[in-house]
Design a protein around this ligand. Structure first.
Ligand code: UDP
Ligand code: MG
Length: 326
């Protein structure tokens, strides 16, 4: 029975990466098709609000190694939303999620397909070596995985990006999740299913620059932790209990001391330290509460995670992309 694999590629201003990407994909896709009879591929590019020539380059490419579908979002919704769109729009019996900058090596694809055909519902590509990523990114990434997996019951595997193959069953489960703020790494882990892991060395970007600066990564980290753990919320009761216990013993001590030795006026320093410390602790607690309330707020608005502006699908040959919605 012929099987279709949709290759989902989120793109944001990647005009220089498109050419190398198609070139890099040609070999591995041909290899996979040769090795496994009845396997077909399609590209599904999610144009996440590109303002450069990305879409033109995608459409204008001479002979892409597989048919190219493009779903253009109405603005930049972020990579998580773009992936969500990709999973919902994909038609394949399996989906491969891959970055366009060749940091996810296409050479792994034949191996992923083989493992999938052997029965694996998920095949993960794990970065065994991230030395191309820069020390700061590596350190903060390690720190993130450690904190996240400590706080959350859903563990996300270390150094696994979004590059993976997912069987249709798993894709359908992901598409059923109703939340509109989507931390994909966490959701991938949440739906479960056993995963096969392939290790690789993460190469440097082929062209263009990373779209994730420190602030964006920080936002993603907070999103991940608050989406999958209630620990930051719950911890304050314990913290409060601890401080109250300390306060009670200190109060007892002061009262007894005053009763035995009489009034003792000095105490400015301890008073100030106590007030400032408690004020700080309370503000942190309120801030964390705010993070969650903000997320509840945006979730109850029930806005979709993305808006589609246009679709390009070579299967529709009326030459007009606008009326092609479904
Ligand atoms: N990307 C996207 N929307 C965004 C940011 C990034 O679709 O808002 C795409 C980008 O075009 C690339 C992939 O997500 O194909 C990974 O981005 P990038 O290489 O900048 O991330 P890094 O590899 O540095 O983590
Ligand atoms: Mg990259």
């Amino acid at each position: 029975m012929p099987k279709l694999i949709t290759i989902v590629v989120p793109v944001l201003d990647e005009e220089d990466s498109v050419g190398p990407f198609f070139e890099g994909m040609a070999g591995p896709l041909a290899d996979a098709r040769a090795r496994h009879e009845g396997i077909a591929f399609e590209f599904l590019f999610i144009d996440d609000g590109s303002t450069d020539a990305t879409v033109k380059r995608l459409l204008g490419h001479e002979n892409p190694p597989a048919p190219v579908r493009i779903v253009s979002l109405s603005r930049n919704f972020g990579k998580e939303a773009a992936l969500t769109a990709g999973l919902e729009e994909a038609r394949g019996d399996a989906v491969i999620v891959i970055d366009v900058d060749l940091q996810d090596p296409p050479d792994l694809i034949p191996q992923m397909v083989a493992r999938w055909l052997a029965g694996a519902p998920i095949v993960l590509a794990q970065r065994a070596d991230r030395s191309e990523d820069g020390l700061r990114k590596r350190l903060t990434a390690n720190w993130f995985y450690a904190v996240h997996n400590r706080l959350s019951r859903v563990k996300i595997p270390m150094n696994v990006g979004d590059f993976r193959l997912i069987d249709r069953r798993v894709v359908d489960e992901l598409n059923r999740l109703p939340e509109s703020r989507r931390f994909m790494k966490g959701l991938f882990a949440w739906v479960g299913f056993p995963a096969d892991v392939i290790e690789y060395k993460r190469p440097a970007r082929a062209a263009g620059a990373s779209k994730f600066n420190g602030r964006r990564l920080w936002g993603l980290a907070i999103e991940g932790i608050t989406s999958f753990s209630e620990a930051p919320l719950v911890i304050w009761s314990y913290f409060g209990a601890l401080i109250s216990a300390g306060a009670i013993s200190y109060a007892t001590y002061i009262i007894l001391r005053t009763m035995i030795y009489g009034t003792d006026v000095p105490g400015y320093a301890s008073l100030l330290v106590g007030i400032l410390f408690l004020g700080g602790v309370q503000l942190i607690g309120i801030g964390i509460l705010g993070e969650y309330v903000g997320r509840i707020y945006s979730e109850v608005k029930r806005r979709p995670s993305y808006v589609v502006a246009a679709r390009h699908d070579p299967a529709d040959d009326d030459g007009d992309d606008r009326g092609d919605d479904r």
